[in-house]
Ligand binder design. Structure first.
Ligand code: UDP
Ligand code: MG
Length: 320
């Protein structure tokens, strides 16, 4: 099989209102840089709306489009992984379905990759339109905390919107973990990675597919995937508490020998409550790691493909 010059991979969850315009703008952008030599891979991540129906219609009309239907909602990062596994291009563009990331940046990304001899060109968000103050604040905080904790350098304010070379993608796909934080995993593989700055637009239609619970899970996957600092946190607290209790012990001894020991219900309760809280917190943190360790140990496939529409090769790829 000859590889297309470019693959564009898009995870889609309940994006019926975006798909047609997405397809038009992706085709225009890809047609400009790789005329007749690109493929667009749309992954339906168990949508509950008409996303799959629309995808099938698009795939029937456009021979450059491959539509993958996952068996259920597997989550953004796994849907993306499915598309990346099945794409064949020399270069791979990852982009969201809601057109918050402009496909029109593609020529610049291609040029930057050539000019800098880079394996990854990642898009850094300068401005973000149409997001809530909470989303902006939490995202900003998240990327900064993560970059302090992570053992590798993960670029801040960078989503999955990026252009990758085939060898970078192959390296990425060799990482087997279930809890996938793809933007961190790409940073981990190394090679030459360069930023390109852009302004993030508002979502074209529909609403965010990242409610708070998913955001928290995503953040925990990121931290636990790239840092064991929270585990060390327990031993640090432990050490400080040892020091504090030595002081307390001295204080109690003085009280005992001078006969001024007080009844101390308040201080006792305080110590019990604080220690209880700290212990629960630390236990929870250990649990986050342990739970992930357990899930990883099952070695389940990352996702299940139900069907593929479009391009004979697309169907053939289901075999591997
Ligand atoms: N997405 C997905 N599965 C999910 C949640 C999201 O495939 O379970 C896709 C979604 O369709 C979009 C991308 O992931 O293409 C990013 O989601 P969204 O735009 O809602 O996130 P936000 O931009 O609000 O952070
Ligand atoms: Mg979005």
């Amino acid at each position: 099989m000859t590889r297309p010059t470019l693959s564009i991979v898009v995870p889609c969850y309940n994006e019926e209102a975006c798909l047609e315009q997405l397809h038009a703008r992706l085709s225009a952008a890809a047609g400009a840089v790789a005329p007749g030599a690109y493929e667009i891979i749309l992954v339906n991540d168990g949508s509950r709306d008409r996303t799959w129906t629309i995808m099938q219609a698009l795939a029937a009309a456009d021979p450059r489009l491959v539509a993958i239907n996952l068996s259920r909602n597997h989550g953004h990062q796994l849907a993306l992984t499915a598309g990346l596994d099945l794409c064949a291009g020399e270069r791979i563009l990852i982009i969201d379905a809601d057109l918050q990331d402009p496909p029109e940046l593609l020529p610049d990304m291609m040029a930057e990759m050539d000019r800098q001899q880079a394996d990854v060109v990642y898009a850094v968000r300068r401005a973000r339109a149409g997001e809530t103050a909470f989303k902006l604040g939490s995202a900003k905080l998240f990327y900064r905390v993560l970059s302090r904790l992570a053992e590798i350098e993960i670029p801040v304010d960078t989503g999955d919107f990026r252009l990758m070379s085939r060898r970078a993608l192959d390296a990425l796909l060799a990482l087997p973990e279930q809890a996938r934080f793809i933007r961190g995993m790409v940073a981990w593989i190394g090679f030459r990675q360069v930023p390109i700055v852009y302004d993030r637009a508002e979502r074209l239609a529909g609403e965010t597919k990242y409610p708070l619970a998913k955001m928290i899970r995503f953040a925990l996957d990121a931290v636990t995937g790239f840092s064991t600092a929270p585990l060390r946190f327990a031993s640090h607290i432990g050490l400080w508490l040892v020091a504090a209790s030595a002081l307390l012990l001295a204080y109690i001894a003085i009280g005992f020998f001078t006969g001024t020991a007080i009844q101390g219900w308040t201080s006792l309760m305080l110590v019990v409550v604080i220690l209880g809280a700290v212990q629960m917190f630390v236990l929870g943190m250990i649990g986050e790691y342990l739970g992930r360790l357990y899930m990883e140990s099952k070695r389940r496939p990352l996702y299940i493909v139900a069907e593929i529409a479009g391009r004979a090769e697309g169907a053939a790829r289901l075999g591997h």
